[in-house]
Design a protein. Structure first.
Length: 226
């Protein structure tokens, strides 16, 4: 899952980034409202965590522009403003949830999980492709009843592909959607993660197909291979 954190308090942002990344989310951080608006225009995210008192462009205006572009991704407001009128204003502008600072990290992560499930328009956090089961909340995967031992990179690639079964995605899409812009991730690194995933999945008949010049897709085979 690829999140955008828009927060101008660098100390708070650092703590949130550490916690969310430790929970296997990929998080980009921007501290300026105008830059956030540009990133939201050119990049796909699964959820936005948005502060209101931002330099460049106020958080409410970032939200208004996002909804004017008909972008439907969930937006969680995280603000020190606790007045009822302000909460109502932001929810009416198109925010999906509103948390008042300071907030417990456990509650923030629970709200994030709930909004992502709601944004997918499905109450079921378990993705099933043949013998493969992927728990997008618990960050776990199984082949039949056997847990898969995955690196962070393998998990990220698997989750992205499992959410788009039988749909070709390019290496560039995987990089853009899964890895923070501050990380040195290359197409070659994606190839290595895909190759390791193949070796772990194919004995159970779950296959990652390569489409020359286009990318990869995940499909379920007819059963375990000999």
């Amino acid at each position: 899952m690829h999140l955008l954190l828009i927060e101008d308090d660098s100390m708070l942002a650092d703590g949130l980034l550490r916690a969310l990344r430790q929970s296997a989310y990929v998080v980009d951080w921007v501290s300026d409202g105008r830059q956030a608006d540009q990133w939201l225009t050119g990049q796909d995210y699964d959820l936005v965590i948005l502060d209101l008192g931002l330099p460049g462009l106020e958080g409410g205006e970032v939200l208004r522009r996002l909804r004017e572009r008909r972008q439907r991704l969930p937006v969680l407001i995280l603000s020190a403003r606790e007045a009822l009128e302000e909460r109502v204003r932001l929810l009416d502008l198109g925010a999906d949830d509103y948390l008042v600072k300071p907030v417990a990290l456990s509650e923030l992560e629970a709200r994030v999980r709930a909004l992502i499930r709601r944004g997918r328009a499905t109450p079921e956090p378990i993705l099933t492709i043949g013998a493969l089961r992927v728990d997008t909340v618990g960050k776990r995967a199984w082949l039949a009843d056997t847990p898969l031992d995955l690196t962070a990179g393998e998990w990220a690639a698997l989750e992205f592909l499992a959410a788009r079964p039988n749909r070709v995605v390019s290496k560039e899409q995987i990089i853009a959607s899964l890895y923070g812009w501050d990380e040195e991730i290359t197409p070659n690194a994606v190839e290595k993660s895909i190759s390791r995933l193949r070796a772990k999945l194919e004995p159970a008949g779950v296959v990652i197909r390569a489409v020359r010049g286009l990318g990869y897709y995940l499909e379920a085979g007819n059963g375990p291979t000999a």
